[in-house]
Design a protein around this ligand. Structure first.
Ligand code: FES
Length: 286
């Protein structure tokens, strides 16, 4: 139980882990997540479930803080202290017609099970992924296979469109593409900007708010979000919500609350590579 069966750094700071946990493997549905604890005293971290097999499941983990740093330093054969899941509500998967999927960072992995499930329902899939640079793109082949159209955006212009998911989305819509449904998973700014683009066209838009979660079980209250004027818990009521109803300003404020404390803890951790600090705290394209 909880054994790390495989671990590979897919691209710098994004690790693909296959973990043995038959209950998660059996029950997980697209859009759900697990909570992992590397050791007894470690915090709990939420991870989107990307694939399942007989008794294992796969995640793509962004190495971003102390706990993900600890997991990144574990090896195949070692066991996590705890795995809880599958948690959260499954994503809405229906036949819509022309479906747009946008993913960045950990969201590139997280949109893959949605793409597969939506394709299986007969939808036409248009996928856009974003990364800071071409060397940070992963899962491209699998996403291409399941997509009818596939686009890449990079912040430095090293591959595909110079920009973000929203840059490509804006261009596609202005060029006459019509979408019946959209889902975005990745950084908060990307999801907010994409929701703002789809709103005037009345494209039903779903966003996944995994990154605001902490304990993932509805008890800590950290993942409170206002959606349509009502308070929701991302871990229990979500993670998928209507992107046109999310109070993005409040969400941004909440997300920034622990950034300074996290940076200090990060800088003093023996688990963390110095380059990560510069990568994630030293600069931002948001
Ligand atoms: S993550 Fe703690 S209540 Fe949702």
């Amino acid at each position: 139980m909880y054994e790390i069966v495989e671990k590979r750094e897919e691209v710098p700071n994004i690790h693909r882990l296959i973990i043995r946990e038959p209950n998660v493997a059996k029950k997980a549905k697209p859009g759900q997540f697990v909570i992992l604890m590397p050791d007894e005293k470690g915090e709990r971290v939420p991870m989107s479930i990307v694939e399942t097999k007989k008794d294992t499941f796969t995640i793509f983990m962004l190495e971003l803080g102390i706990t993900t740093g600890k997991i990144a330093n574990m090896h195949p054969g070692e066991k996590l202290y705890a795995v809880a899941g599958p948690l959260g509500q499954p994503a809405e998967i229906e036949y819509y017609g022309n479906v747009l999927l946008g993913g960045g960072c950990y969201g590139i992995g997280a949109i893959y099970p949605l793409a597969k499930a939506l394709k299986a329902k007969g939808n036409r899939i248009v996928t856009i992924i974003e990364a800071r640079s071409k060397y940070l793109i992963y899962l491209e082949e699998k996403l291409r296979i399941v997509s009818d159209e596939f686009y890449i955006a990079t912040s430095d212009g090293s591959r595909g469109t110079n920009g973000h998911v929203q840059t490509v989305l804006d261009r596609l819509i202005k060029n006459g593409h019509r979408f019946d449904h959209a889902k975005f998973i990745g950084c908060t700014y990307m999801m907010m900007n994409c929701s703002n683009i789809t709103a005037p066209y009345r494209i039903p838009t779903r966003v996944a708010l995994n990154t605001i979660m902490l304990d993932g079980s509805g008890m800590c209250g950290c993942c409170r979000v206002s959606v349509g004027g009502k308070t929701k818990f991302a871990c229990v009521d979500g993670p998928e919500f209507d992107g046109h109803q999310v109070d993005w300003a409040e969400l941004m404020k909440r997300k920034a609350a622990y950034q300074e404390a996290e940076m200090i803890s990060y800088q003093t951790s023996p688990h963390i590579c110095r380059a990560l600090i510069e990568n994630y705290f030293g600069e931002s394209d948001e």
